[in-house]
Write a protein that binds this ligand. Structure first.
Ligand SMILES: CCCCC/C=C\C/C=C\C/C=C\C/C=C\C/C=C\CCCCC(=O)SCCNC(=O)CCNC(=O)[C@H](O)C(C)(C)COP(=O)(O)OP(=O)(O)OC[C@H]1O[C@@H](n2cnc3c(N)ncnc32)[C@H](O)[C@@H]1OP(=O)(O)O
Ligand SMILES: Cc1cc2nc3c(=O)[nH]c(=O)nc-3n(C[C@H](O)[C@H](O)[C@H](O)COP(=O)(O)OP(=O)(O)OC[C@H]3O[C@@H](n4cnc5c(N)ncnc54)[C@H](O)[C@@H]3O)c2cc1C
Length: 666
């Protein structure tokens, strides 16, 4: 905010019962992270190249070219200022525009790191790090996305020339969707079925050059282009999601990523001791980052809706005084505050998930693979529930802002359009929950065998207790006890998984059973993932959290998150007998009282996200709350208002009016 400018939300900020600066540190993860983030936010906001207020007005071509300009400028600044990786990734965050660079850094580089041999990494990574080559991740095809084993592209080894022949045998085998592919990438990690000596060896990644490094023209045998406009204006249309066909394209043998499986000069296929699933490792990495993205997108929407709800007034004027702030309506609170709590919950679970991922990666380097299934289940499941909740929440925030939320300059429509594909990319959310369900059913089926479940399924080791325990909640106050809450969530989750396992056992063919019970399995998987989020929020509170009143606010938010989920899924808790209807009602009583505790802190709790007005790009979410004059000014900037009488008046409006007049005279 400019120095001396009026702050229409100052009153809201004065009622805060905690130290906002300390909460900013907790949200950012550390004082260092906050400092870096703050500096990079200012760097981006002060640079005219990164302007984004006109984005929804641009044609696709203009938008795309502008994105190229921003990406090139960002890279120039990163190099000039010798920014660290941490600083560079904050620059990407605040530039706030999907671009080919996301796939280059986020998938192409990690695919080579995770699936390439030492030699391959030494050859390709320096080129990629300097952006002397630009890569994408070409897995999905027109006919197959979720079913990776069903991909049709082939990579046939030719021992005569020591090459692989990459080919798209059918229309449905055309690569379809990869970001950065359509117009920019010079290279791809393309996934194809490996065929050696007429035998198939599953799907593997191959580094394929697509375009000339001299004139950017597609190489012989490559057909490549953009797949067309996507949902919404601006939004994901800055990305060149592409289509790609291979017509017997030859690549050297050493361009197959060979950490998992090697093909020798003689055409021998050698399986290394690394599990096959590592071929899916890049997806595990990105799913983990997508959980962190969910907390960012959700907090952004909630920040806009909270500030605007404090500015907006409707009804309730007493003796000509001001009307009621809509944030004071209990319905507004019961819709908004759980989303605020969810933003914090997702933030902390993503922190934990990142540490789990780092730990598993270190173990994989040492040749320990036992924690891979849990890492897969956690990343897949949390990616699924956090993105689904965030997509719904952004739309709810739009509605919380009434009519003005539908204006592009509220920032919410574009945020929604850019965010919703997260429910689909990197694994459709239902497909991913089915993966979690497989993991849970397997864990349950091993309970009798003496194998002790660990990590996020450790609670299943107490199955005997959880299957019959009764919650001893007797008052609304009891629901503030994390142990009580966690036990109710554990009982619900365990009982849902066990019920699925029992029902599955009734089918002679387990796969048929899995298919028939899929809807129940997905619900059991979601229950397990919600338990993880709740538990990790409570565990966060065990840490030392400095700053006046900060921990207290987080305790309130953790209870709101847990009781909101309980209230929303009350049917599960009741039907599994994890709690009684009376206890469910007490949880709801507690939730109401928690909302009242959040109310005086709401604006400060969203200030703690530390978002600049540039990043929010929302008239409704402005830090200073100066909404109405800005809405009014912005309206006049619309190109339709460039002329008082619109283009087309002479051709279309005038003749109509004249005709109406004639008719009226008749
Ligand atoms: C210095 C400068 C820096 C500048 C910074 C600049 C930029 C920013 C940088 C980075 C940004 C960072 C990140 C963001 C990047 C990009 C994000 C943006 C946009 C997103 C792009 C989206 C890209 C995509 O969508 S890529 C395509 C994704 N596709 C999918 O997800 C497909 C989903 N399908 C599957 O995963 C699988 O097919 C399946 C559903 C899992 C089924 O597989 P299948 O083999 O058939 O399975 P089965 O069920 O039999 O399982 C067998 C066995 O394997 C286990 N399994 C399955 N998957 C995994 C896994 N991933 N890991 C481990 N194990 C796995 C499964 O459990 C089974 O085990 P078991 O036999 O039962 O024990
Ligand atoms: C914006 C965007 C960017 C993308 N970027 C990339 C990229 O960079 N690289 C890349 O390779 N791919 C990319 N993709 C592709 C993406 O990964 C796939 O779209 C995604 O994995 C879903 O696969 P699908 O499209 O085949 O969906 P489908 O599997 O066809 O899903 C359709 C419906 O079928 C259901 N379904 C499917 N299988 C099952 C099942 N077994 N049981 C029950 N229901 C099922 C799903 O739940 C869904 O409702 C991108 C997609 C989008 C939208």
């Amino acid at each position: 905010m400019e120095v001396g400018a009026p702050d229409y939300l100052a009153g809201e900020r004065q009622t805060a019962e905690f130290d906002v600066e300390s909460m900013k540190v907790t949200w950012a993860g550390s004082r260092h992270a906050l400092e870096v983030s703050d500096r990079m936010a200012r760097l981006v906001a002060s640079d005219p190249v990164f302007r984004k207020d006109n984005r929804v007005m641009l044609s696709r071509k203009e938008l795309f070219k502008n994105t190229l300009r921003k990406a090139a400028h960002a890279w120039k600044r990163i190099v000039e200022l010798r920014l660290t990786e941490e600083e560079a990734s904050r620059v990407r965050f605040f530039v706030d525009e999907p671009a080919f660079t996301d796939l280059h850094w986020g998938m192409f580089v990690p695919a080579i790191k995770g699936q390439g041999t030492e030699e391959q990494q030494q050859k390709w990574l320096p080129l990629a790090y300097k952006m002397q080559i630009i890569g994408c991740y070409a897995q999905t095809e027109l006919g197959h996305g979720s079913n990776v084993q069903g991909l049709e592209t082939t990579a046939t080894f030719d021992p005569k020339t020591d090459e692989f022949i990459i080919h798209s045998p059918t229309l449905t085998s055309s690569k379809w969707w990869p970001g950065g592919l359509g117009k920019v990438s010079t290279h791809a990690v393309a996934y194809a079925r490996l065929i050696v000596d007429g035998q198939e060896h599953g799907v593997h990644g191959f580094i394929v050059q697509l375009r000339s490094l001299d004139d950017h023209m597609p190489l012989p045998g490559i057909t490549v282009g953009d797949i067309g406009m996507k949902f919404g204006s601006g939004a994901y249309n800055s990305m060149d999601n592409g289509v790609l066909r291979f017509d017997n394209v030859r690549i050297p043998r050493d361009q197959m990523l060979m950490r998992v499986l090697q093909v020798t000069r003689e055409g021998k296929v050698i399986q290394s001791d690394v599990p096959r699933q590592l071929i899916y490792g890049t997806m595990v990495f990105v799913r983990q980052t997508i959980v962190a993205d969910a907390s960012c997108a959700l907090s952004r929407a909630v920040c806009i809706a909270t500030r605007y709800s404090a500015v907006r007034r409707q009804f309730g004027s007493q003796n000509g005084g001001p009307e009621t702030q809509v944030i004071d309506y209990k319905t507004q609170q019961s819709r908004l505050f759980p989303l605020l709590a969810s933003a914090y919950a997702f933030r902390f679970v993503s922190e934990w998930l990142k540490s789990l991922y780092t730990d598993v990666t270190e173990k994989l380097q040492r040749g320990e693979f036992s924690t891979l299934p849990e890492a897969h289940a956690c990343t897949a499941g949390l990616k699924s529930i956090t993105t689904s909740a965030t997509a719904d929440a952004i739309e709810e925030c739009r509605k919380l802002c009434g009519g003005h939320g539908y204006l592009a300059n509220s920032g919410l429509p574009e945020l929604f359009a850019v965010y919703v594909p997260a429910c689909t990319y990197e694994g459709d959310n239902t497909v991913l929950l089915l993966q979690v369900a497989r993991f849970l059913v397997k864990t349950v089926s091993q309970l009798g065998s003496g194998k002790v479940p660990v990590g996020t399924t450790a609670y299943m080791g107490r199955a005997r207790h959880l299957i019959q325990c009764k919650s001893n909640v007797q008052s609304a106050e009891d629901w503030l006890n994390p142990q009580v809450v966690v036990e109710a969530f554990e009982a619900r989750s365990l009982r849902m998984s066990v019920a699925c396992a029992e029902n599955l056992a009734k089918f002679p063919n387990p796969e048929e059973g899995f298919a028939q019970l899929a809807a129940d399995l997905v619900e059991a998987a979601a229950a397990h993932c919600q338990l993880i989020v709740v538990t990790k929020f409570f565990e966060k509170l065990q840490q030392d959290i400095p700053g006046k009143g900060v921990k207290k606010q987080l305790q309130i938010l953790s209870s709101v998150y847990a009781l909101y989920i309980l209230h929303k899924h009350l049917g599960d808790f009741l039907s599994t007998g994890s709690i009684t209807p009376k206890q469910g009602a007490l949880a709801n009583d507690q939730l109401r009282s928690l909302y009242s505790k959040i109310r005086p802190n709401a604006v400060a709790l969203v200030d703690a996200f530390n978002y600049t007005d540039h990043y929010l790009s929302s008239v409704l979410g402005r830090y200073d709350g100066n909404v109405y004059p800005t809405l009014y000014e912005e309206a006049w900037k619309d190109p339709l208002n460039d002329s008082v009488v619109p283009d087309g008046y002479q051709e279309y409006i005038r003749p109509l009016l004249k005709q109406q007049i004639r008719n009226a005279r008749l």
